[in-house]
Design a protein around this ligand. Structure first.
Ligand code: SIN
Length: 309
């Protein structure tokens, strides 16, 4: 039975397509809330940066212009909180299971703690996947292939430092602006998980994709802390449980959509896929390594040590 008037209306803005892991998780959350509250709790989802883009979405959450966000972990540095850049360190996590051990373990609460003084509350972590390097001009096989390239990166000093270590010029730019910038040659290349690369139609404006899997891209689900504190207990519980279910669904979708994106890229045929050998990946790791110590100091040596162990 759907009620005429919702009792509670929430807004969630995000910057990627509806068929990405994040987009699918958001619409699953929307459906679960509607179903389980019989229409009393409504979640409005704004995909593709249609409401806010990378540059302003965190501020919008702080103002209360939206109640929920799912920014990538690389975007929290803007708040002056570097700890999430931990997830940007190259070659740190062997696979998704290694990431899950961190974000579902004892550290999760500690990771979210610094968000509180910014008026935000961390509610969970969501996967996308591992990032791969792309370029328009030539295949990226060896570290020297990156020299002089302008590479779009997320606003993470840790990612920027990796690109600099390769001799490339990092250009920080909103996700929504990236495809256009690649098409116009404002930047030469970028790094993405396959789902964002495919759904962002970057294969139309890049020629080479190297399946480097050199770094992880995941998300934190965050709420406006004041909004959360004022939620009646039953609604808060409803959202918490629905969120946990939607995250589990989103994580499963991350794997499925990644495989679909790879198949779609192969079928499309416009982009040349390069599969690096173990030696080529090791050369990339070594070329990025000089950035590591300074980054560990920025992020917190304690964290970096703990993750490595
Ligand atoms: C996202 O998945 O939210 C976008 C990541 C990016 O900016 O590259």
């Amino acid at each position: 039975v759907l009620r005429a008037q919702p009792r509670l209306r929430l807004r969630l803005a995000h910057v990627v397509a509806p068929d990405t892991p994040k987009g699918l998780m958001a619409t699953r959350l929307q459906a679960l809330l509607a179903q389980r509250s019989e229409g009393a709790v409504v979640l409005d989802v704004y995909p593709n940066g249609s409401l806010y883009s990378d540059a302003d979405e965190l501020e919008a959450l702080q103002w209360g212009a939206v109640e929920l966000l799912i920014p990538s972990l690389s975007k929290f540095g803007r708040l002056g909180t570097a700890v999430f850049e931990l997830f940007d360190l190259p070659f740190l996590f062997a696979d998704r299971a290694a990431v899950r051990r961190v974000v579902e373990g004892e550290w999760a609460r500690e990771l979210f703690e610094p968000l509180q003084r910014h008026g935000l509350l961390g509610l969970g972590f969501l996967d996308n996947g591992f990032k791969h390097m792309s370029a328009r001009t030539h295949p990226l096989r060896e570290p020297r292939d990156y020299r002089g390239l302008r590479m779009r990166v997320q606003p993470s000093l840790t990612i920027a430092a990796q690109m600099r270590a390769l001799g490339a010029y990092p250009v920080m730019m909103d996700f929504a602006a990236t495809r256009h910038a690649l098409a116009r040659g404002v930047v030469d290349g970028t790094e993405n998980p396959l789902t964002n690369f495919w759904s962002g139609r970057m294969h139309e404006v890049q020629r080479h994709l190297t399946l480097s899997a050199h770094g992880y891209l995941g998300y934190a689900v965050v709420a406006n802390a004041t909004f959360w504190a004022h939620l009646p207990q039953p609604e808060r519980r409803l959202i918490e449980v629905a969120l946990a279910d939607a995250i589990a669904f989103g994580n499963a979708m991350a794997l499925q959509q990644e495989q679909r994106a790879l198949q779609a890229l192969r079928d499309d045929g416009r982009i040349q896929l390069h599969y690096p050998s173990p030696e080529e990946r090791e050369a990339l790791r070594q070329a990025m390594a000089p950035a590591d110590d300074a980054l560990a100091a920025r992020i917190g040596p304690r964290w970096v040590r703990a993750m490595r162990e």
